[in-house]
Design a protein around this ligand. Structure first.
Ligand code: ZN
Ligand code: ZN
Length: 778
């Protein structure tokens, strides 16, 4: 075997050395190695725990872990927001397990209890193993989820001191049956909320209300647990923790864990000869580019993982690299598609570690199942959506001394374009906040019902559930769901379980079930709100990385019948949307322009869909659909400019629709940089003359009833957000607009009209009056 050279700088130089490649490397960031900083074990951490940690090779905790332990011991709500592999679990486990050990000395052996919440069952199972490694057996840790057999559940309620579960189970199983959990709840000292950045949007808002219900029930049993949260690094984790728990929180953010040096490159694939919608040029896909880079890295004997979005792409990248490599190296590249048996996963791990396998293309499923740390290089085909996932993926590269290479390859969309041209958005202070809006009345109302069913609601409970509670109680009374038996005390009136009305991971409205027609197997569900655009008849639907063709969407029974299929095209729905302002909460003036936040009604009708070739984005044809309009009441941020401003920006009236539409698209594409949403969680409308404002107006709204906090975050960070939007459009080298800047894959209008140059002028004139701008340039 030839000697392997994995110096990341040398690798990167080699990758970009080929002809024409140099342009594609838009930025190189050198992340220096970080030395570990240690601190002594804080008081109150039991010697048994310290001994177990030391047996595992942890002599002393890192400084941030020790800090979190101290705060936890003092009863402070704390959020530990540090990087991947920074040992967040030990930070909360040491104080929690110490407390539980103290509790084993009580007469019944359970003087203290703790609850652990994870967003997935797999993570909870993993955490139970960690607890078992650290604490003696008399601390009884047990999983409690949908898979726990009924005969074991009673044991968990009566004897377990550390119960690991998920928010869904807390909502559906534990809280409604709280009398059976009385002895556990009475002694509840800690609630651990792991991976708390995943509680965002509608799901996060639901979880926030479930936690308020938990706090209320605990209070009834005389306990007041301390909340310990673990989060990826985001903007303002303390504020998020506070919004989630309703309690003031302290954040520990200074990461004291060691890190090897990392060279992080940003890479933009070239424009191709192919044309997409409206004749726009399209870039080479991120997956095709990743396959090229993977080929070269494997040729150099570099152990590399490529992260892609879907299983199908994983296969494509692996196949393409194998083709380019030829034998014998082709045999050393594989695709990882999830759904493997544990022994298959272990075999894969072994092969990667030993270097028998050099290249692996994978969906992020790998993040949960296989340990692939210590790689030479990581390629990411497209921004994975959040900084947390980005660092989780990049963090797979790196061995202590040698250093490693990570490459983010831009996909053809405005957010990726922006990021590869604005490295500070990735490497400086995070701007992306975990967004949730527990005050949304559509979310709060069913939790008030659930809370009333758990214990009658009283006036003393009102502050706990937020400012709109009083008003909502009246509405729920009028609807006959709650009744006041005595003044100021509300009861649930129905026979059915109040909790069954809420699916924490749905957004209300009965979700559409995706059923495989030939087998009758239920594959999953999509929100009612998204069904018309994503699972209409004829749609190609990706579900957990697999591709299906929708044969029929039956709205009466809320079922979409699908069959596995891999047609050479994707589909994009066409729709008509109108929007009206119901109430304006806040308006700020930016010079002559105005920026507002408030409630809107959006009426949307899906009228057809396009089929686009996967490899090139070329439009193959269009079909009509006959679906009813849908009405959505939600929250929006909107901005308008005056006629004088249009004159200043030299935008004649015939360019205005294209300018506003292009600005709207790009701004939707960029919002996920500031709010942890997906481009698909939000929508937009641009109107040359809107009846409610009397001016040209661009709206961006939350795609869920009542809102999920995304539009609000856009409003609060409007100047940064719209500046980034402007810069993303301006940075794109295309001439007249393309998917990397102003075209949107979810445009209901076939990306017509769009005017890239006028959009930049429009945003310039809008931003000229923004507070930061006018102060800075004066
Ligand atoms: Zn472009
Ligand atoms: Zn559009």
């Amino acid at each position: 075997m030839p000697p392997r050279h994995h110096q990341p700088e040398a690798l990167l130089a080699a990758l970009s050395a080929s002809r024409g490649r140099a342009d594609r490397l838009t930025h190189t960031e050198h992340l220096a190695a970080r030395q570990a900083r240690y601190a002594p074990w804080p008081d109150g951490i039991r010697p048994e725990i310290v001994a177990s940690a030391q047996a595992l090779g942890i002599e002393e905790p890192w400084a941030h872990q020790a800090e979190a332990m101290k705060l936890a011991k003092s009863g402070q709500t704390v959020v530990l927001a540090t990087g991947t592999a920074s040992g967040k679990s030990l930070g909360y486990l040491a104080p929690v397990l110490s407390e539980l050990l103290d509790g084993t000395e009580a007469r019944n052996g359970r003087g203290a209890t703790a609850l652990y919440l994870a967003p997935t069952k797999a993570l909870a199972a993993d955490q139970r193993r960690r607890a078992a490694e650290l604490a003696p057996q008399r601390v009884r840790a047990a999983l409690y989820d949908g898979d726990t057999p009924p005969q074991e559940r009673e044991w968990v309620r009566q004897y377990a001191s550390y119960v690991l579960t998920n928010p869904d189970m807390l909502h559906r199983g534990i809280l409604p049956a709280h009398p059976r959990w009385a002895s556990f709840l009475k002694t509840l000292k800690y609630v651990v909320i792991d991976e708390c950045h995943s509680y965002r949007g509608v799901f996060g808002s639901h979880v926030a209300q479930v936690l308020r219900r938990l706090r209320r029930v605990c209070e009834r049993y005389g306990s007041s647990p301390t909340f310990l949260l673990a989060s990826a690094t985001t903007a303002d984790p303390a504020a998020t923790a506070q919004r989630l728990t309703g309690l003031p929180a302290v954040a520990v953010t200074e990461d004291a864990s060691p890190r090897g040096p990392l060279v992080f490159a940003l890479w933009e694939p070239p424009l191709t000869e192919n044309v997409g919608e409206q004749g726009a040029p399209v870039r080479r896909t991120a997956t095709a580019e990743a396959a090229y880079l993977l080929t070269e890295l494997v040729e150099r004997g570099t152990r590399t993982v490529v992260f892609v979005r879907s299983r199908r792409s994983a296969e494509l990248v692996a196949l393409q690299a194998q083709d380019q490599l030829g034998s014998p190296l082709a045999a050393r590249v594989a695709a990882y598609r999830g759904g493997y048996l544990p022994e298959e996963r272990r075999a894969l791990e072994r092969d990667l570690h030993s270097g028998r396998l050099l290249g692996l293309a994978s969906t992020s499923a790998l993040e949960l199942g296989v340990d692939v740390s210590g790689l030479d290089a990581v390629l990411m085909a497209g921004y994975p959506g959040t900084r947390a996932s980005l660092w989780q993926q990049a963090g797979r590269a790196g061995r202590e001394a040698q250093g490693a290479l990570a490459v983010l390859i831009a996909r053809d969309d405005p957010l990726d374009t922006y990021l590869v041209h604005h490295p500070e958005a990735l490497f400086a202070t995070p701007v992306e906040a975990t967004v949730l809006d527990p005050d949304n009345p559509h979310i709060l109302a069913p939790h008030l019902c659930a809370a009333a069913a758990e214990l009658p609601l009283t006036e003393a409970d009102l502050p706990l559930f937020g400012p709109s509670t009083g008003q909502l109680l009246t509405v729920l009374e009028q609807r006959g769901l709650l009744r006041q038996r005595t003044k100021g005390s509300w009861y649930w009136t129905r026979r059915e379980r109040a909790v069954d009305a809420v699916d924490l991971r749905g957004s209300g409205g009965s979700p559409v079930q995706i059923v495989e027609g030939s087998t009758g197997r239920l594959l999953g569900t999509v929100d009612a709100a998204a069904a018309h655009t994503t699972v209409h008849t004829g749609a190609v639907h990706l579900h957990q990385g697999r591709s299906y063709l929708v044969h029929d969407l039956d709205l009466e029974s809320s079922v979409a019948l699908v069959e596995p299929a891999e047609p050479p095209y994707t589909t994009a729905a066409r729709d008509l949307t109108s929007i009206s302002v119901l109430a304006t909460d806040t308006t700020v003036e930016w010079g002559e322009a105005r920026l507002s936040f408030g409630s809107v009604e959006v009426v949307n009708q899906v009228v057809g869909y396009l089929r686009k070739r996967i490899s090139t984005g070329e439009v193959l044809g269009e079909s009509k659909l006959d679906l009813p309009p849908r009405t959505l009441r939600t929250r929006a941020v909107w901005w308008s400019v005056t006629e004088d401003q249009l004159l200043d920006a030299t935008i004649p009236f015939d360019q205005l629709p294209g300018a506003a539409h292009a600005a709207e698209h790009a701004s939707i594409g960029l919002l996920p940089l500031f709010a942890t949403c997906d481009r698909w969680d939000i929508g937009g409308v641009s109107v040359p003359l809107h009846p409610d404002t009397g001016l040209p107006t661009v709206f961006v709204y939350d795609g869920h009833s009542g809102g999920a906090g995304f539009a609000e975050r856009g409003f609060r960070g409007a100047e940064q957000w719209l500046t980034a939007t402007r810069d993303a459009i301006a940075a794109c080298e295309c001439e007249r607009g393309c998917p990397s800047c102003v075209q949107s894959p979810k445009c209901g209008n076939g990306n017509d009209p769009l005017d890239k140059a006028a959009a930049v002028r429009l945003l310039d004139v809008l931003l000229a009056g923004a507070p930061g701008r006018s102060a800075g340039s004066a």
